[in-house]
Design a binder for this molecule. Structure first.
Ligand code: ZN
Length: 261
């Protein structure tokens, strides 16, 4: 297995039961396996079980992860504003060193509006946590553009719009607190995003362990991928070593205050 040849922090991974297929699940051991075998330094992780099963299950997975692997895996609290009691987990998460919030309007079935997400952004502000969100295709109700009123209201809350949608690029240009991630994005699109925004606005992400070699047969087989392969594809687009290091490491380290990583 080829190891990455630069420091890498993955800003977007998951454990837990993924949506789609029963048994398509990953645990912190799979992420640590990838760190050991592919050379990734650190990952920010949320539990998909919060959405596919329930809040209690997701939180139990996250707390077990932090207890065992907190030095290598940073926890993100999955917040579903449909759940009237979602904020009950916040003090527990804060006490256990969680590093941010993850929201997924598509899986959790809500439209992106200030009414839906004001409480989540207020929580992020109070805790000093960045928010990572799944941004869906442009033109859909869960596209990046509907976040704009929230960005105006919370200029101090860093928002990572995952999957580098074209509609997210103007937001990242306009608002200092907006970042885009490379999760499941073709390398050519990262090149376009880099040309539009500069390296300081892009964060490397991968999403769960799908397709990676985690040393066992997964619940659902996906096209093979590796960290070294993903990064080589970016290199082939002409992205410089200095920009790659910003995208794959420095930006996320600074944004989440990951001293010592
Ligand atoms: Zn995700």
């Amino acid at each position: 297995m080829t190891r990455v040849d630069l420091p890498v922090i993955d800003c977007h991974t998951h454990i837990g039961q993924l949506p789609g297929v029963v048994g398509d699940a990953y645990g912190p051991e799979d992420l640590v396996y990838l760190q050991d075998h592919e050379g990734v330094r650190y990952m920010l992780v949320s539990s998909a079980s919060t959405s596919t099963i329930g809040r209690g299950c997701g939180m139990a997975e996250m707390l077990a992860m932090v207890a065992r692997y907190g030095e290598r895996l940073g926890a993100m609290l999955w917040a579903n504003p449909h759940d009237p009691a979602w904020a009950e987990d916040v003090p527990v998460a804060a006490a256990h060193g969680f590093r941010g919030l993850k929201i997924h309007p598509v899986l959790d079935h809500y439209a992106v509006t200030p009414e839906a997400l004001d409480g989540v952004f207020a929580c992020a502000r109070a805790q000093g946590w960045p928010i990572l969100t799944h941004a869906d295709v442009d033109g859909s109700p869960m596209a990046a553009a509907p976040y704009e009123p929230l960005l105006r209201a919370y200029p101090d809350v860093p928002l990572i719009l995952a999957h580098l949608r074209p509609g997210a690029i103007p937001l990242a240009r306009r608002y200092e607190n907006v970042y885009l991630d490379t999760t499941y994005v073709d390398a050519w699109m990262v090149e376009v995003g880099l040309a539009a925004l500069g390296a300081g606005k892009l964060l490397f992400g991968s999403d769960a362990c799908e397709g990676f070699d985690v040393g066992r047969v997964p619940g659902r087989v996906r096209p093979r991928r590796s960290y070294a392969g993903l990064i080589a594809a970016l290199h082939e687009r002409g992205i410089t070593d200095a920009d790659l290091e910003r995208i794959c490491y420095t930006n996320t380290k600074e944004l989440f205050g990951l001293d010592g990583v």
